[in-house]
Design a protein. Structure first.
Length: 233
C-alpha cells in the first residue's frame, strides 16, 4: 500500500470515528445535561488573558424548574414559530434578507431559530463563515429529529450565555434576582430575555432605558402567544 493510500485510510478512519463520537454525543445529550460548550471554553480562555478575570457560573435544571414566563418570553423574542418549523424559519429568513438589503444604516437582522442557536451553542464554535453555517444546518436537523422541541428548549435555556460567565436560566436567576429560575416573575423573565443579544453588556437587574423598552415589547408579544406556541414545563 502506498503512502498516499495509508494517509487517506487514516483520514477516513479519523472522520469515521469523529462522526461516531458526534452521533454518540447527540444521543447522550438527549438525556444527559450538556457539561460544557465551546462558547464556555472560549470565554474561559479569554479570561486567562492579562488584566481579565472570568469565571464559569452554570447550574442545570430541568424544564419544569424554569418559569413558564421565561420560556414564553424566549419564544416571543427569538422564535415565535418554534413549535411549527423543523429547525428553520424560511419566512423569517426572507424577511431578514429583505430588511438587510433595504437597510442603509449598516444594521443587520438575523433569523436564526432557537433550534439553530442551540445547535451552534452546544456543538460549534462562534463564527460567521459558511462552513460553520453548514455544520449548524446539519446539527439543527439532527437535534430536531433526535431531541425534539421540549428537549431543545431545555438545553437552550440551560446553556445560553446570559451574562459575564453566566450560563443558563438558573444561574441568571440567582445572579440577577437571587431566586430560582422557576420563581421568576414575568417582568424579570422578559428583562433576562431582553439582554440575550448582548448579555455581557446588558444587565437585567440594572436595566437601561433601552433594555426596559425592549423588555416591554417582548412582554407584549409574549402575552399574545397561545399556549401551543411554546413547550410546557
Amino acid at each position: 500500500m502506498s503512502t498516499l493510500a495509508r494517509i487517506a485510510r487514516r483520514v477516513f478512519r479519523f472522520f469515521l470515528w469523529l462522526a461516531a463520537f458526534v452521533l454518540f454525543c447527540l444521543v447522550l445529550f438527549r438525556w444527559v445535561p450538556v457539561p460544557v460548550t465551546p462558547m464556555m471554553m472560549l470565554r474561559l480562555a479569554e479570561g486567562k488573558q492579562p488584566g481579565q478575570e472570568y469565571s464559569l457560573y452554570k447550574d442545570w435544571v430541568p424544564l419544569e424548574k424554569i418559569s413558564p414566563h421565561l420560556i414564553r418570553a424566549a419564544v416571543a423574542a427569538e422564535d415565535q414559530r418554534f413549535m411549527e418549523h423543523y429547525g428553520f424559519d424560511f419566512e423569517a429568513m426572507e424577511k431578514a434578507m429583505d430588511y438587510n438589503r433595504k437597510n442603509k444604516a449598516g444594521r443587520t437582522r438575523g433569523a436564526s431559530t432557537i433550534s439553530q442557536q442551540t445547535a451552534k451553542n452546544v456543538f460549534l464554535w462562534p463564527s460567521r463563515t459558511w462552513v460553520r453555517k453548514g455544520f449548524e444546518a446539519g446539527f439543527t436537523l439532527l437535534i430536531e429529529g433526535i431531541w425534539g422541541k421540549r428537549r431543545i428548549m431545555e438545553v437552550y435555556l440551560n446553556v445560553i450565555e446570559m451574562g459575564p460567565g453566566i450560563y443558563g436560566a438558573e444561574a441568571a436567576s440567582q445572579a440577577y434576582f437571587n431566586k430560582n429560575a422557576e420563581e421568576l416573575t414575568a417582568r424579570q423573565a422578559t428583562l433576562i430575555v431582553a439582554a440575550f443579544p448582548n448579555p455581557r453588556e446588558r444587565f437585567p437587574d440594572r436595566p437601561s432605558r433601552y433594555l426596559k423598552k425592549r423588555a416591554r415589547r417582548i412582554a407584549g408579544m409574549a402575552r399574545n402567544l397561545p399556549e401551543e406556541a411554546y413547550p410546557q414545563p
